[in-house]
Design a protein around this ligand. Structure first.
Ligand SMILES: [Zn+2]
Length: 236
């Protein structure tokens, strides 16, 4: 293993690792967006709720229509008997008259309810139609978006495979000890394992670097680490 390249090779690995992490994050984001659209879910559940409400109102309307028909079928024969001369007894006629009035009162109440239901039906139908159009628009938009996202996921997947291959190849150039130090620090220091010495300070943590450590950083065959944050230091 050429000792001269030790720090340079670690810096290059850091670059490749950063690149792979950036591609990985972009791919994660695309995969997250492929899993679903919150906007579409929201509009779909609003549409489903209106669909259920519409069924409900239509059921009420049918029920009231049926009840009114039943009353009509009871009122008509009674009215016929009142006027066709088949009943002559005044008391019996009075009873029939009274019965017809009661049935008509019931029918009037139901017709009032029916008017309310019809008016509610009109407004629910309008909301339902609006939600259906909105849902169709978003579904079309989502279909196009999914196509684009799938292409993007494919492109990023390929880029990630290339970046990973580059990382693995670069790792082979670094001694196992140095690689262990690098990976350990990278994990503990939020991905940044290598730091430049700038103005006598570690660029990673801004702490002053002792002269002895600075001298070691000039030796290409050794890894100098910041005494504070432990990052691998380089000069130049
Ligand atoms: Zn430091």
């Amino acid at each position: 293993m050429p000792l001269l390249s030790q720090v340079t090779d670690v810096r290059t690995l850091q670059e490749f690792d950063d690149e792979a992490a950036t591609v990985r994050a972009a791919l994660d984001d695309v995969e997250y967006r492929l899993r679903g659209s919150e906007e579409l879910d929201r509009v779909r559940s609003a549409f489903d709720a209106l669909e259920a409400e519409l069924k409900d109102v239509r059921r009420s309307q049918r029920k009231l229509d049926g009840d009114v028909s039943v009353l009509n079928s009871r009122i008509q024969p009674e009215e016929k008997r009142l006027y066709d001369g088949s009943v002559r007894n005044p008391k019996e006629l009075g009873n029939i008259q009274h019965e017809v009035e009661l049935l008509k009162e019931q029918r009037a109440k139901l017709e009032d309810q029916l008017l309310e239901v019809m008016s509610r039906l009109e407004s629910v139908e309008a909301s339902h139609a609006g939600a259906r159009d909105e849902l169709a628009r978003l579904e079309a938009k989502r279909a196009a978006e999914v196509g684009d996202l799938q292409l993007e996921a494919k492109r990023l997947g390929e880029a990630l495979a290339r970046a990973d291959a580059r990382r693995e190849a670069q790792k082979l150039k670094i001694s196992p000890q140095a690689l262990h130090v690098y990976e350990d620090i990278r994990r503990r220091r939020g991905g940044m394992a290598v730091a430049h010495i700038q103005g006598g300070m570690c660029a990673g943590c801004r702490v002053s670097i002792p002269e002895a450590v600075r001298r070691r950083a000039f030796q290409p065959d050794q890894l100098a680490q910041c005494p504070n944050c432990e990052r691998i230091l380089y000069v130049g």
